[in-house]
Ligand binder design. Structure first.
Ligand code: MN
Length: 178
């Protein structure tokens, strides 16, 4: 597992914390006590409006920019471009980022908890492993996002490793952690 400071290096390098109101990563990680995993979707009016989906995986927020926003129905798939990991504190951030990286206003579009649908059965797959494999299946407990979703890495696009598709799944889920 990559140390937290290394995972957040790109986040820190891109920002000047004397200028931006965005949170500076704190030195200490969240307590190891078991808690429900959180997610947030931020509506970001930058040069192009997009929605930033962030999932808590091992004490950081793994992030994707979703230009058209997360799908609310099972009939559409949306492009989700993986961006730099963000610190956990970012889940609470809303405000205006001044000129520079990511300039524009950020508001919280949805927020809640999620569970890993692959973390069951005889051969459970952790979130970190799912991320590595390029196939994530989770259940969102949010206000706008509710139900089973998948994020699947695709081979298309300029940077093969960064493009994913976000979709709502049709399947019935029997066991839903919360
Ligand atoms: Mn953004």
């Amino acid at each position: 597992m990559m140390p937290r400071a290394a995972k957040l290096q790109r986040y820190t390098q891109k920002r000047d914390f004397n200028r931006t109101p965005e949170p500076k990563p704190k030195r200490h990680a969240r307590s190891k006590k078991k808690h429900p995993l959180i997610f947030v979707v931020q509506e970001h009016h930058a040069s192009h409006l997009h929605y930033d989906l962030r999932l808590e995986i091992n004490d950081t927020l793994v992030s994707w920019a979703v230009p058209k926003g997360p799908p609310r129905t099972t009939t559409i798939k949306r492009l989700a471009v993986q961006t730099e990991d963000h610190p956990m504190e970012y889940a609470f951030f809303a405000g205006t980022i001044p000129e520079g990286y990511g300039a524009g206003t950020v508001s919280i579009w949805d927020k809640g908890t999620y569970c890993n649908l692959k973390d069951t059965g005889i051969d459970p797959v952790s979130m970190e492993q799912s991320l590595h494999n390029g196939r994530i299946e989770i259940y969102f407990h949010g206000h706008k996002l509710n139900g089973p979703y998948a994020l699947v890495r695709t081979a298309y696009g300029d940077d093969k490793k960064k493009n994913w598709l976000l979709m709502k799944l049709k399947k019935k889920v029997e066991h839903v952690c919360d």
